[in-house]
Ligand binder design. Structure first.
Ligand SMILES: Cc1cc2nc3c(=O)[nH]c(=O)nc-3n(C[C@H](O)[C@H](O)[C@H](O)COP(=O)(O)O)c2cc1C
Length: 171
């Protein structure tokens, strides 16, 4: 039987963002239930901006997910229950261009009230409505060493600042 999810306010998210994103990793998904893609991410943040609760994710332009993020009004951040590291490894090393990640991993897609995809395996879902997006710019680095370390191919991320419109956790 499928798990039920309930809404919580962002302030009630348990765990801290450094562990949730940086250590446990998340899936960034964009697109509708019939046509979406998902990829693993370990860079990102969440907080308050423009008086709103926001989450920010960073997607390199060569990712298949990038096109979905560009054309979608929303994106979701899915945090999986412990024990799903293999799924995250798979979705972080294979492209949806040439694999069916859902079929290969056993991820079970569910849909939010806004028509966005998350997964039954989630312990937390953050659903975001895009507010602002821009590319990381080479000439904006104050510490240029960061460029060589993180962008040897100059494939600068695009970042998406999204208003957190819902947080879902298992009931
Ligand atoms: C732990 C981990 C973290 C990652 N974080 C990011 C990230 O924050 N941004 C990004 O663009 N790619 C990140 N990646 C790489 C993508 O997940 C990977 O290239 C993926 O295969 C892209 O899939 P797609 O082509 O289906 O979009 C990460 C990969 C791993 C394994």
């Amino acid at each position: 039987m499928s798990k039920n999810f309930k809404q919580i306010v962002p302030g009630k998210i348990s765990g801290n963002v450094f562990d949730l994103i940086g250590e446990d990793w998340m899936l960034i998904s964009a697109g509708g239930p019939e046509n979406f893609n998902t990829m693993t991410a370990s860079w990102g943040t969440a907080g308050i901006l423009w008086h709103l609760p926001v989450a920010i994710c960073f997607i390199r332009p060569q990712r298949y997910t990038f096109g979905f993020a560009e054309s979608s009004e929303y994106y979701t951040l899915s945090f999986l229950e412990p024990g799903n590291r293999e799924i995250l490894q798979y979705c972080g090393t294979r492209s949806g261009r040439d694999t069916d990640k859902v079929k290969e991993t056993g991820l079970i897609p569910l849909t939010t009230a806004n028509g966005n995809v998350y997964f039954e395996q989630c312990k937390l879902v953050i659903e975001c409505k895009k507010l602002y997006a821009d590319r990381i710019k080479e000439d904006s680095f104050i510490i240029p060493e960061l460029i060589g370390e993180n962008y040897p191919k100059k494939d600068f991320h695009k970042f998406y600042i999204g208003e957190i419109v819902s947080c879902l956790v298992p009931e």
